[in-house]
Design a protein around this ligand. Structure first.
Ligand code: CP3
Length: 376
């Protein structure tokens, strides 16, 4: 649990992950992996079978805590991410979430017409999501003090995709019909979701999360103009509205839009996002160039997070992995004034099922080892 800290000194931070964000010297580069607790881990598959369903795992404090800690216990990772899902928020709004085996998420109810907005249960939403702060509080009693806990939510646009389409979608024709033909309706829905996410992320911070990440997984289906109208302003509003610090400790905000690397400069220009996720399709030097002229609210350099291809981790042998890690670090180093500061190593998207856990262990260790040859 967070206890009020009056004499907090940023230089005393022990976490390599947070030190990197604050531009402080580090022993090695921090690394964590999106979907680090997931189906590639045999112990995850075993516990999910025992729990009966994915949602039973997400809502049970002891089981969700255990799953969050699985990758921390197995690998030398530098951060933990809360085990949950972005879709628990629309579930709490009354849409009825289930996960169908080999099919992914499905909502019992969807948003089709503007009158459906009145049916969304947003009042006292934390009453229906209380299990999430309970998991966070439990995790904070178990995590080592140098391992920060990442809380998260979906972006309003990404959640709207699922709430309108009802499931994963190939070309997102339903949400695009509303967005192109009835933009007022779209903005009303995005505003409702934004307000709930602000409440939800603040509750995560108050329960003990050290940082929060917004997954804009479907931002990349938008034209750049539409991204600037329907996604980025809502992410910005969330980052502006949630706690900038809690108990005197700054709370960095991470945003990850998959598939729109050319918008990274626009994302940085909001100044309220401390860390920007970069998928695997662009070089980190390009991302650094786009962020160079911007700083964050706290006058820090924007931190980049990414960008190894998750398929390389799935199919690559160890020499191939090592070669790509060296390339990523080298490219970043050169473009970042010969320093690895303000970088967090990650994949460009989540760890894929069937990834070999031995390769994950190898990746984490070589990122640490190789990074020690560079200035940080
Ligand atoms: O380890 C972690 O990263 C933390 C847990 C986490 C999950 N989902 C667990 C999960 C996080 C951060 C998420 C985010 C999430 N969920 C996103 C954004 C990131 C991204 O992948 O783009 C999205 C779009 C979802 C929605 C979602 N959840 C889908 C589409 C699916 C099914 C397909 C898939 O990729 O598995 C899920 C299920 C899900 N969420 C699983 C896990 C471990 C697999 C469930 C299972 O079969 O056991």
């Amino acid at each position: 649990m967070n206890t009020p800290q009056t004499n907090f000194n940023i230089n005393n931070i022990k976490s390599t992950f947070l030190r990197s964000i604050f531009g402080l010297q580090n022993q090695h580069l921090p690394i964590w992996l999106m979907r680090q607790a997931g189906r590639y881990l045999p112990e995850y598959l075993a516990i999910r079978n025992k729990a009966g369903s994915f949602m039973n795992l997400c809502t049970n404090v002891d089981l969700a805590t255990e799953v969050t800690l699985m990758p921390i216990n197995r690998f030398n990772l530098d951060a933990a991410i809360l085990f949950s899902d972005i879709l628990v928020v629309p579930d709490a709004m009354g849409l009825g979430l289930s996960f169908v085996e080999n099919e992914g998420p499905r909502f019992a109810k969807t948003i089709n017409t503007i009158s459906d907005l009145n049916t969304l249960q947003t009042d006292n939403i934390m009453d229906r999501l209380q299990y999430v702060p309970n998991i966070i509080k439990n995790l904070k009693t178990k995590l080592p003090t140098n391992i920060p806990l990442i809380g998260f939510s979906g972006s309003p646009f990404t959640l709207a995709c699922y709430m309108i389409e009802g499931a994963s979608s190939k070309n997102h024709s339903k949400i695009k019909a509303i967005m192109y033909n009835n933009s007022d309706f779209m903005h009303q829905l995005l505003t409702i979701i934004t307000n709930s996410i602000i409440t939800y992320l603040n509750a995560q911070i108050e329960a003990g999360c050290d940082t929060v990440m917004i997954f804009d997984s479907w931002g990349g289906i938008l034209t750049d103009r539409d991204f600037l109208e329907f996604s980025l302003p809502y992410i910005t509003q969330i980052c502006k509205s949630i706690h900038n610090s809690y108990n005197g400790i700054p709370i960095p905000k991470i945003s990850f839009t998959r598939g729109l690397n050319h918008m990274i400069g626009n994302i940085a220009s909001t100044k309220v996002i401390d860390v920007i996720g970069v998928d695997w399709t662009c070089n980190l030097s390009y991302a650094r160039e786009l962020t160079e002229s911007h700083t964050t609210t706290n006058s820090n350099k924007v931190t980049l997070q990414g960008n190894l291809d998750p398929v390389l981790l799935l199919v690559g042998d160890k020499p191939a992995l090592k070669k790509q890690v060296e390339r990523i670090l080298h490219d970043y180093y050169i473009s970042n004034n010969e320093s690895l500061n303000n970088l967090i190593f990650n994949l460009g998207h989540g760890v894929l099922p069937h990834t070999n856990p031995d390769h994950v262990a190898y990746l984490v260790d070589i990122v640490h080892d190789i990074s020690m040859n560079f200035k940080m």
